[in-house]
Design a protein around this ligand. Structure first.
Ligand SMILES: Nc1nc2c(c(=O)[nH]1)N[C@H]1C(S)=C(S)[C@@H](COP(=O)(O)O)O[C@H]1N2
Ligand SMILES: [Mo]
Length: 325
């Protein structure tokens, strides 16, 4: 079958991750910082060298504002150590079982408090982004952490097309629910009330670091990582990054999320990465950076907002982050 979309042309199998990154940087500067025709607002991106306010970040809106130089997590760990309960609870279950999910055709329905509700096919979404220039190297953290070169684009660029209404305050996301293709949804009926659900405040959803990822390491997303389209919110714990999204709804009230519904005392709506606020059953001061083994655990200190404090702290000014965990 012909390639459906134009993903970055440098295959990770051909070169080292570092070379991928350096190459990408050169590509981006060659292409004027790599903003596609969909860049927000027509601001000159070249001026956003060291953006330090949200407005400037929004103007830049490209990967270059957020890149980390930390070593990338090998592809095998990124695609072999997953949480995707639709396919089982063990970290190795999704890689083994997620191949049963069909992702073509795929559409996303956007509705609720928007002026132009509608359904978009994946091809139409992707056809409008120049993914060649859209690799974001980001940290993702849970009890373990990884650095992943995501291919994607800001969720805001998609939401704006549907014209969020002035009464919209939150965004609710849902994952595909297709029991005959998802073994975990048949066996884990008492853990999660399917479909898997997540939510963000509208301003969090519109932040340029909130991404819809469609690939990693220059390839389409492996099913176990949430193909064909998943959220990436790198300053929040991993479970906020909902996979295989089929519906996005703008609402006026804080939506219920799967983990919060399951254990409200343990999982809050915000779930911002915060080493000062422990999970009731474990400390959140440290994370295991993969690859990690029993003998070489690779334990590192967890950073406030996973190190994206400069970019996102403004969203939570004046909020008690112990209360709103
Ligand atoms: N639909 C769905 N999305 C999901 C999950 C899930 O079980 N189902 N697990 C979440 C959790 S707990 C984590 S840690 C991340 C893991 O993402 P990764 O496997 O790409 O690292 O996916 C999140 N998104
Ligand atoms: Mo998780």
């Amino acid at each position: 079958m012909a390639k459906r979309y134009q993903y970055p042309s440098i295959a990770s199998s051909e070169i080292t991750p570092e070379a991928v990154y350096l190459n990408r940087r050169q590509l981006m500067s060659a292409a004027g910082l790599g903003l596609s025709a969909l860049a927000l607002g027509g601001t000159n991106p070249a001026r956003a060298n060291a953006p330090d306010t949200r407005r400037e970040l929004a103007a830049a809106a490209g990967p270059e504002a957020f890149q980390t130089d930390e070593k990338l997590t090998p592809y095998g760990d990124v695609s072999g150590y997953n949480n995707f309960y639709e396919f089982g609870t063990d970290k190795s279950d999704p890689a083994r079982n997620a191949h049963t999910m069909t992702t073509d055709p795929w559409s996303v329905e956007v509705g609720g408090l928007v002026n132009k509700p509608g359904k978009l096919y994946l091809e139409d979404i992707l056809g409008s982004f120049d993914l060649e220039e859209r690799t974001y190297r980001l940290r993702c953290v849970e009890a373990w952490s990884m650095v992943i070169p995501w291919v994607g684009f800001p969720l805001a660029d998609l939401l704006q097309r549907f014209e969020p209404g002035s009464d919209a305050k939150f965004v609710e996301f849902r994952t595909l629910y297709r029991p005959d293709e998802m073994s975990g949804t048949r066996s884990l009926t008492s853990i999660i009330d399917w479909p898997y659900r997540e939510g963000l405040r509208l301003d969090e959803a519109m932040h340029p670091l909130t991404l819809l990822a469609v690939g990693l390491y220059g390839k389409t997303l492996p099913n176990q990582n949430g193909a064909p389209l998943r959220l990436v919110v790198p300053w929040k714990y991993g479970f906020k990054s909902i996979k295989s999204i089929v519906s996005i709804n703008l609402v006026d009230r804080q939506p219920a999320t799967s983990w919060q519904t399951l254990a409200p005392r343990e999982y809050g709506f915000y779930s911002n990465v915060n080493p000062e606020v422990d999970h009731p059953r474990w400390s959140q001061r440290y994370e295991r950076r993969l690859p990690s083994t029993l003998f070489s655990p690779n334990r590192i200190a967890t950073r406030m907002f996973n190190g994206y404090e400069a970019q996102v702290a403004e969203l939570y000014q004046g909020m008690d982050l112990r209360k709103y965990y």
